[in-house]
Each structure stands twice: as structure tokens, then as C-alpha cells.
Design a protein around this ligand. Structure first.
Ligand SMILES: CSCC[C@H](NC=O)C(=O)N[C@@H](C)C(=O)N[C@@H](CO)C(=O)O
Ligand SMILES: [Fe+2]
Length: 266
């Protein structure tokens, strides 16, 4: 089945179920220097943990303004904060992709309370993967709880393209704690004590929880079509930074097999 969650029951990537409250962003975490620049794969910022926002001040409004600015300039229809180097739970969307056209939506600390059972395929692109497009299967609609830029809580149902863009951005903010929980349980059952110890450490401290990127959700066949382009981005990163790529597409896919799914559906 194309794009189906690989381990649908246990491998939910739903933030709301984390056992520990997310860490709150400090003023330093929200500091930025305009103009914002798009962070490109495989920069580790895209896989870092994103902190919860609890100060709804002028700085946040300015950040939102700058995010829309860079999103429109780069022909985006959605943008998440880690994509501009800010590891906080914030996204902006405008499926019309043009300032003054359509509706601008800002979601702070979003959570998904329901996914539709109906799944749809769409040819997605990501600003952090310039020029790469491929099919990704996702639920057709979602119910979301979030805060707006002033901190007011709201609930919204999205379907079609807005739901698609939201889910793409939400993945950038994801914490997939279930991945570690599964590893922890398996290690315990198999009496693999070194792995159990490591898993316990990760599970308790949550230091390296990952954002989900669109290729994590692609089928092996679809991924084959863009593998060379991903490897070329990895090579560019190595040439530019002088460091080895923090992830490589083949190894990433092996690890991610159990990590990506969707949450509650109806
Ligand atoms: C379909 S979800 C795509 C969301 C993505 N956001 C951040 O990475 C995004 O804006 N991607 C762009 C490459 C994109 O989809 N742009 C539109 C409009 O130009 C397109 O059709 O390519
Ligand atoms: Fe993206």
C-alpha cells in the first residue's frame, strides 16, 4: 500500500502523548536576526527537539512576520520555525502562497486531536529540500488544537491542501517519543541490557528527539526516485561545512522504519 504507516499502531508520531511536558523556550531560544534564511537538509537543526512557546510578545510577532516574509520570497505555502533555525513549536501557513491572497494562519504549540481515516497522495516539496518533489501519503483531514500569535487557544478542522500543508509543517515540529518507547520495551524483553540502559537514558532525558522530514514518510519506491538528489544535498553539506553529513539517506531509512506514523484517526 503506497505511503502507509509502517507500524501504524505503535509508531504514532503524536506529540500530545509525551510523558514529560515539553521544555519551554527561553528568550535566547527565540532570538533571531532578520533576514531569516532557510535551513537545508541535512542540517541537524531539522532533527533537533523543538521547545514549547509560552511568551506571546512583540518578538514573537516579529518572528512570525519574518517567517511569512521568507516563505513568500522562497515560493512556500507553509514554513516551520526549525526551517529558519529556530527550534520552537511554531508554524505559519498560507496555502495561496501570496501575500494579501488567501488566509494566513499562525499556529503556536499545535497538537493534533484527530486524523481522518481517509488517506490521500500528494506530490510534496519542502523548502529545506530545494527542487525536490515526491509523493507522500497523509490523512485527508485533521483536527488541531493550538494557540494563535497572541496566545489565545483555538481549535480548527482542516482538510484538502491546508491539511496537507499543516501536516507537513507539523512533522517538522514532531517529537516521536514512541520510537524510543518501543526500543526500550524491546530491549527489556530481549534482555539487551546495554540497549535498555541507553534507551532509558534517552527516554528520561529526551535529548535527541527528532523532527520528521517528508522523505521519512515516502515509500521505498518513491524514495528511490529522489535518493540521488538527497545524497547530493548531503555531499553539498559536507563540502560546505567540512563535517560528515549527520545523516545519510540509507541509514536514516533503516532507523526511521519504526518511528513514523500518524495518531488517532476517525
Ligand atoms: C504541500 S506541503 C509543502 C509545504 C512546504 N513548506 C515548507 O517546507 C512548502 O511550502 N513547499 C514549497 C516547495 C511548495 O510546496 N511550494 C508550492 C508553491 O510554489 C509548490 O507548488 O511548489
Ligand atoms: Fe518542509
Amino acid at each position: 500500500m503506497p505511503g502507509a504507516p509502517l507500524v501504524p499502531v505503535v509508531a504514532q508520531a503524536r506529540r500530545g502523548s509525551s510523558l514529560k511536558e515539553d521544555e519551554v523556550a527561553s528568550p535566547a531560544d527565540l532570538q533571531f536576526e532578520p533576514p531569516l534564511k532557510i535551513v537545508v537538509y541535512p542540517d541537524p537543526i531539522l532533527r533537533a527537539k523543538n521547545k514549547r512557546i509560552d511568551s506571546f510578545d512583540d518578538n514573537l510577532k516579529k518572528l512570525v512576520h519574518e517567517m511569512f516574509d521568507v516563505m513568500y520570497k522562497t515560493d512556500g505555502i507553509g514554513l516551520s520555525a526549525p526551517q529558519v533555525g529556530m527550534n520552537v513549536q511554531l508554524m505559519v501557513l498560507n496555502p495561496a502562497g501570496e501575500r494579501g491572497v488567501g488566509e494566513e494562519i499562525v499556529l503556536v504549540n499545535p497538537r493534533v486531536s484527530r486524523y481522518s481515516k481517509k488517506m490521500v497522495l500528494f506530490n510534496e516539496g519542502c523548502l529545506s529540500f530545494p527542487g525536490i518533489y515526491a509523493d507522500v501519503q497523509r490523512p485527508e483531514s485533521v483536527k488541531i488544537d493550538a494557540r494563535d500569535v497572541n496566545g489565545a487557544r483555538f481549535t480548527v478542522n482542516l482538510s484538502g491542501l491546508p491539511a496537507r500543508v499543516f501536516q507537513h509543517e507539523f512533522d517538522h515540529l514532531q517529537v516521536s517519543i514512541q520510537h524510543f518507547l518501543i526500543q526500550y520495551i524491546i530491549a527489556f524483553l530481549m534482555k539487551n541490557y546495554p540497549l535498555y540502559f541507553i534507551s532509558s537514558f534517552i527516554f528520561l532525558w529526551q535529548p535527541c528527539l527528532q523532527g520528521v522530514l517528508f522523505f521519512d514518510r515516502m515509500t521505498e519506491g518513491v524514495l528511490d526516485g529522489i535518493r540521488a538528489q538527497l545524497q547530493s544535498l548531503e555531499k553539498k553539506y559536507e563540502d560546505k561545512t567540512g563535517f560528515p553529513s549527520p545523516e545519510r539517506i540509507d541509514e536514516t531509512r533503516k532507523k526511521k522504519k519504526v518511528a513514523v506514523g500518524f495518531g488517532k484517526s476517525s
